[in-house]
Design a protein around this ligand. Structure first.
Ligand code: COA
Length: 260
């Protein structure tokens, strides 16, 4: 499948997926969501890909939200379906992906854009980035996980205020809130994301996937994060990566992880 609205490029174990609809500020229409699903699925299945970076093209927007023109006439049932399908195809899909995902927020990340960044495992931002969930200014609420992930990341009171005011915060405030881990210049943004990705890529990909599962379990209803940690910890002992990691340490050499 070739893509119309996104670009996907792989180099040195890092796949960079770029949303490429700059004339619409990279707004997420249904085709873009489907293409993103496919690109993430492929990158996750590719054993060469150790880390995925998601970003937006141009220097104005990461993603300015879900494409408003597509859902303006929707009924109640269609609205519910839009949220359910989007969460399953993209937002929950990314959050639970076994390959680490870093969002490089290069401009406006609004509505579905911030929800996409929040579905990633962590975020870095350019100093020009602006983030918010402005849905209530359109008479709707965030539907791609925003009401859940924003309070998890910045706390309930701050999330309530940001959602209720439909306001935007700049990169410095997002850093202060812990919404993004690092802020840098626009020019350095991908360089920084790649630098962090390279550090991650040196480690055991199976152990990283186990850590993603254990951390996520603590945020899921009906799951006990501590129990999940015990199970995932135990599973590591059956992997070739664990044997290589421990033997390399004891042999005073650098590990070469088989990723199994
Ligand atoms: N859905 C569909 N189209 C969008 C969009 C969205 N979420 N965000 C931007 N666009 C389109 C605009 O309609 C415009 O298209 P046009 O040139 O064909 O008219 C183009 O992208 C450029 O946007 P524009 O509004 O002219 O840029 P701006 O610099 O004046 O403003 C924003 C930038 C981000 C403040 C403004 O685009 C905005 O408020 N977007 C909507 C944000 C939002 O509410 N997102 C949540 C959706 S649930």
């Amino acid at each position: 499948m070739s893509y119309t609205n996104i670009l996907s490029q792989s180099q040195s174990g890092i796949t960079t997926i770029t949303i490429n609809r700059p004339s619409k500020l990279n707004a997420l229409n249904s085709q873009t969501i489907e293409e993103l699903h496919t690109a993430f699925e492929r990158a996750d299945a590719d054993t060469q890909t150790k880390v995925i970076i998601i970003t937006g093209s141009g220097d104005k927007a990461f993603v300015a939200g879900a494409d408003i023109s597509e859902f303006a006439d929707f009924s109640v049932a269609e609205g519910e379906q839009l949220a359910a399908q989007g969460q399953a195809l993209l937002f929950d899909f990314i959050a639970n992906l076994q390959t680490p995902v870093i969002a490089a927020v290069n401009g406006f990340a609004l509505g579905g854009g911030l929800e996409l960044a929040m579905a990633a495992h962590f975020r870095v931002a350019s100093d020009s980035a602006k983030m918010g969930l402005p849905e209530v200014s359109l008479g709707v609420i965030p539907g791609y996980g925003g009401t859940q992930r924003l309070p998890q990341l910045i706390g309930k009171g701050r999330a309530m205020e940001l959602i209720m005011t439909a306001g935007m915060i700049d990169a410095a405030k997002a850093y202060e809130y812990g919404l993004v881990n690092h802020v840098t210049t626009q020019d350095e943004l991908l360089v920084l994301a790649q630098k962090i990705a390279s550090k991650i890529a040196r480690n055991s990909s199976v152990a990283i996937a186990a850590a993603i599962n254990a951390v996520n379990a603590g945020f899921e209803d009906g799951k006990n994060g501590f129990d999940a940690e015990i199970t995932e910890f135990g599973k590591c002992f059956g992997t070739a990566d664990f044997k290589e990691g421990t033997q390399a340490f004891l042999g005073k050499r650098k590990p070469v992880f088989p990723g199994k």
